[in-house]
Design a protein. Structure first.
Length: 224
């Protein structure tokens, strides 16, 4: 089911991105505003970062999401052609300076991840409107969890408005995952996540996770 170069899932193991050849690599940055009154300044600064990275060699696509469930929370995902492109971009003087400016306005949590599976349109989701973020801390076998997440997301791919799904595994904490499923409207997202199909898939995931949280988000920028 999963469209991953290496085929079957496997147990996670701590590894640098350089050890994940053939998998799509991503920079993952969470932001939480301390004061929502500074939201416009913060979003303007984030928009400048997105625009700057659109010109960086090695960027495949990126998306900026604003949480609908946690006011002031944002997530920026950028996907790179190789680990070298990722490291070069995030550790450049310009990127560090922008992150420092953003850090004056919000709490910043930068991470890195590898894609372990995608269905549908893959990570090209900047044109989507609504997304469901799935944060997971694994307790069961990785292969079983990854298969169950694919089964959950796959239930919706033929529904009107569903664009695709993506599952990322963090490199520093390999039992932590971030899943995304996205739709073209709030109506499509709500219809999928409030039905029995979703509840059954969620129940199966909880058997394999010590932590499982869902968060609705809206796209506010990026590049497909």
């Amino acid at each position: 089911m999963w469209n991953v170069p290496s085929g079957k899932g496997r147990e996670p193991s701590p590894a640098a991105l350089g050890g994940e050849r053939g998998r799509q690599v991503a920079s993952v940055v969470r932001f939480v505003l301390g004061d929502e009154r500074g939201a416009q300044e913060f979003e303007d600064e984030l928009a400048d970062q997105v625009s700057a990275w659109n010109l960086v060699t090695g960027l495949r696509n990126q998306v900026l999401l604003r949480s609908l469930d946690r006011p002031g929370a944002y997530l920026h995902l950028a996907f790179w052609q190789s680990p070298e492109h990722l490291f070069g971009a995030v550790h450049s003087d310009a990127a560090c300076a922008r992150l420092d400016r953003l850090g004056e306005l919000a709490a910043v949590e930068p991470e890195q991840a590898v894609a372990v599976g995608h269905l549908g349109d893959g990570p090209a989701m900047a044109g989507a409107v609504h997304a469901l973020l799935v944060r997971v801390t694994l307790s069961g076998p990785a292969a079983a969890f990854e298969a169950q997440f694919g089964a959950l997301a796959g239930r919706f791919l033929n529904d009107p408005g569903c664009g695709g799904c993506l599952l990322l595994r963090y490199t520093v904490e390999p039992r932590a995952y971030l899943g995304l499923i996205w739709w073209d409207s709030a109506t499509s997202c709500d219809a999928a996540t409030r039905g029995d199909r979703f509840l059954e898939g969620e129940r199966r995931l909880r058997h394999l996770a010590s932590g499982l949280a869902f968060e609705r988000a809206r796209t506010v920028g990026g590049r497909s």
